[in-house]
Design a protein around this ligand. Sequence first.
Ligand code: PMP
Length: 391
Amino acid sequence: MGNEIYFDNSATTRISEEALKTYLSVARSEYGNPSSLHGMGKDAETVLKNARQTIAKTVGDTAGGTVLFTSGGTEANNLAIFGRAHAKPRFKGKTILTSAGEHASVKMPLAALADEGYKIVEIPTTGGRLDPEAIVKYATPDVILASIMLVNNETGALYDVPAVAAALRRSCPDAVLHVDATQAYLKVPFSVKTLGCGLLTLSSHKIEGPKGTGALWIDPGVIRNRGLVPILLGGGQEAGLRSGTEDPPSCAAFAKAAAVGYSALAERIARLTELRERLFEKLASNPFLSLSGVRANLPPVASPHIVSLTIPHFKSETMLHALSARGIYVSSGSACSSHGKHGTSALSAFGLSDADADATIRVSFSHRNTVEQIDLFCDALSEEITRLVRF
Ligand code: PMP
């Protein structure tokens, strides 16, 4: 840890000391295989059970859902999508709803299902809002799955997922709602009840837990109806839905990070909101940045930790490297801005032209960032624009 300004917390976070301590303690002591029948196996199984209970609490599960551990958000999304689509071949419906601009770990499985003959329908997200008319229009009885993220990873847009749940309840008897809450978790308040979802994706490394760990929360109704089949076959761990020896140290550390984040949620949101507002204030009060056309791509409702900034005429990679050389870490807003076979990128879906999307960086905060870092970032941005414009 040096004097870096790390504004790439949506890409990943630094593991917290509490989570790291938990990892080390479990790795040293409860190192048995949770499937072993002896006492050390039982101890490891108890670690997993406690971690599941903690995570269930942080997503407001009071209905006794299943927390199934995975290798991260990507695997949880793949399991939700393939596991659901392949669970019910007796259903005639083959339509899957999604939002325009989902993460690749949702888009790519859906593209693979399209190749299998499923019909994938994208709800537009122009301006960072799920189109309410499209939600109603596309919620037809042949929908078997809707996969909608709660917070978009590039724009920070917070989508009206409960409206999708309501439309599905009204018109789609066979549909399960899957929510990718990877970016929303412990950044905006929500519960599985208020979302009305059957499947929920979480990732540990976005909330100061270890990398390579995540979870899929599954509603009891989905389990009862056998509405999900595994994508990994083997020893039948995780209720037969995700084979492979579990990783109790990582699961316990993930749960520790979740518990700490959950108990501090209100303060963390207040902190993130303060940072975001400071950035907007600085952008508005710096005539050089305004004259350079620097602008935030603002959704109507957003998570406080992500801000998408377009800096016209400067390729995002160029700006990213220029800032990186000064110890300031952001990410480029869009790796691919076109409307390809695998669905629309989030920035195009938002309404940005390809040129603007290519000139967009993403700044993403942690509750550990400071107002001074925002000020330093804005100063550095002005200086780098001045320097780069000379080329
Ligand atoms: N969904 C979203 C919205 C994400 O931002 C990410 C991480 N970039 C993922 C899924 C994938 O999560 P993981 O890195 O844990 O596989």
